[in-house]
Design a protein. Structure first.
Length: 262
């Protein structure tokens, strides 16, 4: 007689262990994390970046807006965009410091109305050529809906779209944005792109050892959190993402492999 009893989940064995996926990719030598708002990075990829930074990856964070629109829940009614921008940039720098990232670049675009413009593509291309990251980390611009409760923010889609277009073909093609050559910026070929928030991820980074660092970094965004403690939600997300690979905490990606590491 089988000791499995259908209908009694707590006695059932898992049908099979998670399929053996590809091994977690090694930390890249250098990475550029590109996001629309202060806190996007900490919500989504903070664990990965903390883990990589500990492994010696040089990480540069690019924040396209400075989050001047805030949040309805936690931004005081008498707050102005100008004052909020100063606070949020400081929070982003503090969060990066917690993750082990020492270089943060703000492009100063307006929060809430970001467009996938050629001007922004040129700016991101310039930064990729200047910093020459082996890997770029950004969102997935193709995802419009997450479940039934969240429609992806238009700034997130625009930021991710432009980041990808800057990686390919702009950063690696000599005669796209030839004015960058005049600035001494030679083409650069990014080897890997990690897209978070993809509906069908294929790569998982185990963040169990740095989950506490991710939570501490996220909490630096005080103007966005108020009294709310994001720990429970983030821990649940990490467990959900890790479940597919039998990990207790993970960040999941669609990985584009555009070349081999040096
Ligand atoms: Zn955001």
């Amino acid at each position: 007689m089988s000791d499995r009893e259908p209908g009694v989940p707590e006695r059932a064995q898992p049908a099979s262990s998670p399929p053996p996926g590809p091994a977690e990719p090694p930390a890249p030598v250098s990475a550029m994390s590109i996001h629309a708002h202060p806190d996007d990075q900490e919500f989504t990829v903070g664990g990965t970046l903390a883990k990589w930074a500990r492994a010696g990856t040089h990480v540069v964070t690019v924040c396209i807006t400075s989050g001047g629109a805030g949040s309805n829940e936690y931004t005081p009614k008498d707050m102005t965009r100008e004052r909020l921008v100063v606070l949020r940039e400081e929070e982003q720098r503090n969060a990066c410091r917690v993750l082990g990232i020492h270089e943060v670049i703000f492009l100063g675009y307006e929060d809430g109305v970001l467009e996938p413009s050629i001007a922004l593509r040129r700016e991101l291309t310039r930064l990729i050529r200047r910093h020459r990251p082996a890997a770029v980390v950004c969102g997935d611009p193709t995802v419009r809906f997450y479940g039934q409760r969240y429609m992806n923010h238009p700034d997130h889609r625009a930021a991710a779209d432009v980041a990808l277009d800057a990686v390919f073909p702009s950063a690696e093609t000599r005669l796209i944005f030839p004015e960058l050559l005049d600035e001494g910026l030679e083409p650069h070929h990014v080897r890997r792109v990690y897209l978070h928030g993809a509906t069908t991820p294929d790569t998982w980074v185990d963040i169990a050892e740095v989950l506490d660092v991710k939570l501490r970094a996220l909490k630096e965004h005080r103007t966005q959190m108020g009294e709310w403690d994001p720990s429970e939600m983030i821990t649940a997300w990490s467990a959900e993402q890790g479940a597919a690979r039998g990990l207790t905490a993970a960040e999941a990606y669609r990985l584009m492999i555009l070349g081999e590491d040096d």
